[in-house]
Design a protein around this ligand. Structure first.
Ligand code: WT7
Length: 633
């Protein structure tokens, strides 16, 4: 189903609320099912227990690949653009994709990998990473992709949590001018992961690696000679497709679980409707999502959504500023990208480099622009719209989350209205509402509150791996009977939604989601740190920066050295993305008499809002606030 006019959007939205099961059943019928579902939906948000397309049997890769072969065998599935501008790009047709996925699938099978086994993928942005994900899906193995910028200890924690049997990786990764030895990170992680039986290593950079004879196998030694056909495992709609770890308000990341049927239906539906891309056999439309496949955006809008829709897209290995800040636009012109989807942090970083990096490029192939990952400020919105879209490309601000699987609130490009810094309207099938802190619904327009969703959609989170209660606590318990997003939101006079940011202890740094508790527990690993508290503050490029307050013994004199060591500790335990931007040494933290840290006060100080600290008289030691203000960085 493709919605083409605003009237159609309104009518479709109404139908999706009045008759949700009919609505979704129609969309799900567009796919290839070996056995159709018996019932569209069963749900309650109390346990929660959510099932879509019950007893439907199929395989997502048959829908993403095989289904297209009769007409699109020679159509481009992916164009891969390397980090280095001197390297050749690669074109992967749907037929190539089929063959490569089957080869990897057969290789995994030869290791004894079976339906339901967990496979960890720790790889850079190369086509083989996508082949690996789809190969897992082909044989019913559950992939857990871990962003290749995470440290060995973060990787180990994720491998252990879901008991992965296999790890797929590369020798090294190129990011800008840097060569990162990925395999060495895996080696270190595996010291504490006895569950891993085999490691398959794709040689990509020729970085020297050490080989563990008992486990390690070089991709190039086995995959090319594997059979290029592999029967797809028959999967139930509610079988797990993948696990993806994301940060919450506790120290330990949660394994968000998505299942096959609902995720397939929802990612394809949203991809087609939000981006309004022409997926015809001869269409020249080319989609480019600049996210890393290690995040949900890459899962849904590099791997699954575009392939399910039969589209062509770009996979980019590099970074926006290498070799210079014109790289994105160079790639757009080179491959004639029509649909471009990126994060506000990238836009702001490129804006700061100046228009000299934009004007050399034509950018005349572009038709649609998208934004994702964090609130896009008006200024960045206009810069993107004027200088990249030349004022002629609809700009969709897409709001969603790892837990939602796909886009929930967004304009449909060229179909529904846009408004700078507003995600605008819910997609048909999505029923948002705002509540106050007590959970009372805020009716009407011009209201601001906590964003919840009252009815399930097909790709809603099913559970958190290994701990269902955590899923219930995190999303379904704050407001009874509702899915709580953790985001604050305003609904304007026209009913348009504007996401204002997280209302919990989760930060959004350069579009990356990081829990304050995670960073605190990494900082606390430093031998001299007695206690720490981490908050976010507004940052011009990153959206939010990380501000850490640390208590150390008075005997620790060299604070510059301490800061360096803390940064190294955080890099070791989580990864460079979680490094604090500012570290302030304090002798105490503002606490209530019951010992709770008053983060509100710490946030205000970090933001520089010193006049609105509120009542501090109930603090255990009100004087610490003065000291913190004096030492503010
Ligand atoms: C959080 C989810 C969605 C995939 C990438 C991030 C924030 C996401 C927007 C947007 C304002 C946004 C929210 C959300 N967020 N998109 N268009 N406008 N905020 O996925 O890591 O699961 O993070 O990112 O705060 O809750 P994620």
């Amino acid at each position: 189903m493709i919605i083409s006019t605003f009237e159609e959007y309104n009518a479709t939205y109404k139908k999706s609320v009045d008759k949700p099961e009919d609505f979704w059943s129609e969309i799900a019928s567009e796919f290839y099912w070996q056995k159709k579902w018996d019932k569209v939906l069963d749900w309650n948000f109390d346990e929660p227990n959510i099932k879509w397309f019950i007893n439907g049997k199929f395989n997502i890769t048959e829908n993403a690949i095989d289904r297209h072969l009769p007409e699109k065998a020679n159509k481009t599935a992916f164009i891969w653009e390397a980090n280095s501008i001197d390297a050749n790009h690669r074109v992967i047709t749907y037929q190539n994709l089929h063959d490569e996925v089957c080869k990897v699938a057969n290789t995994l099978k030869s290791f004894g990998t079976k339906k339901g086994d967990r496979v960890c993928i720790y790889m850079p942005m190369i086509p083989e990473t996508i082949f690996a994900m789809l190969a897992c899906a082909r044989i019913g193995a559950i992939h857990s992709v871990v962003f290749a910028g995470f440290s060995s200890s973060a990787l180990a924690g994720r491998i252990q949590d879901s008991d992965c049997k296999i790890v797929l990786t590369t020798d090294g990764a190129c990011r800008g001018a840097k060569d990162i030895p990925i395999k060495a990170v895996v080696d270190e992680a595996l010291e504490t992961c006895p569950c891993v039986e085999k490691v398959l290593i794709y040689k990509h950079t020729n970085t020297p690696i050490t080989i563990n004879k008992a486990k390690d196998i070089i991709w190039q030694d086995v995959v090319p000679s594997a059979l290029s056909t592999c029967e797809a495992e028959l999967m139930d709609s509610e079988d797990v497709l993948f696990i993806l770890y994301t940060s919450g308000s506790t120290g330990k990341p949660k394994g968000v679980v998505h299942t096959c049927g609902g995720y397939m239906v929802y990612t394809c539906y949203t991809f087609k409707n939000v981006f309004q891309i022409n997926t015809g056999t001869d269409s020249k439309d080319l989609f480019w999502c600049t996210a890393d496949v290690g995040w949900i955006t890459g899962h849904s809008y590099i791997t699954y959504g575009p392939l399910l829709a039969g589209a062509s897209s770009v996979i980019f290995e590099g970074v926006p500023t290498f070799p210079d800040a014109g790289r994105f636009w160079k790639v757009v012109d080179k491959h004639k990208v029509t649909h471009f989807y990126t994060a506000p942090t990238a836009i702001r970083a490129l804006e700061a480099c100046g228009l000299d990096f934009v004007t050399p490029y034509k950018l005349d192939s572009l038709k649609v622009l998208g934004s994702v990952g964090e609130p896009i400020n008006e200024e960045a919105w206009h810069w993107y719209n004027n200088n990249i879209g030349k004022g002629k490309c609809p700009l969709v601000d897409t709001w969603w989350q790892t837990e939602t699987g796909g886009i929930l609130i967004s304009a449909l490009a060229g179909v529904t209205p846009t408004k700078p810094s507003f995600a605008t309207l819910p997609l048909p099938g999505i029923q948002p509402l705002l509540v106050d802190d007590k959970g009372n619904e805020l009716f009407g327009n011009n209201v601001e509150g906590n964003l919840c969703i009252r009815f399930p959609w097909p790709s809603i989170i099913r559970t958190t791996y290994g701990d269902h209660n955590r899923c219930k606590e995190a999303y379904f318990s704050t407001y009874k009977g509702l899915y709580f997003t953790g985001d604050g939101c305003r609904r304007d006079e026209n009913g348009f939604y504007r996401i204002t940011g997280r209302v919990d202890d989760v930060m959004n740094v350069s579009g990356h989601r990081i829990g304050t508790a995670e960073v605190e527990s990494a900082i606390n690993m430093h031998a001299d740190v007695v206690e720490s508290a981490v908050v976010a503050y507004p940052h011009d490029i990153k959206g939010q920066g990380i501000y850490a307050y640390v208590i150390v013994p008075s005997t620790t004199k060299n604070h510059d050295n301490l800061r360096k060591e803390i940064l190294a500790e955080v890099t070791k335990i989580i990864g460079p993305i979680a490094k604090p931007d500012k570290i302030q040494v304090v002798s105490g933290l503002p606490k209530t008499r019951s010992g709770k840290i008053m983060r509100r006060i710490l946030r205000k100080v970090a933001e520089g809002e010193l006049t609105s600290l509120g009542d501090t008289s109930t603090l255990l030691d009100p004087l610490v606030v003065d000291e913190i203000i004096k030492g503010r960085l």
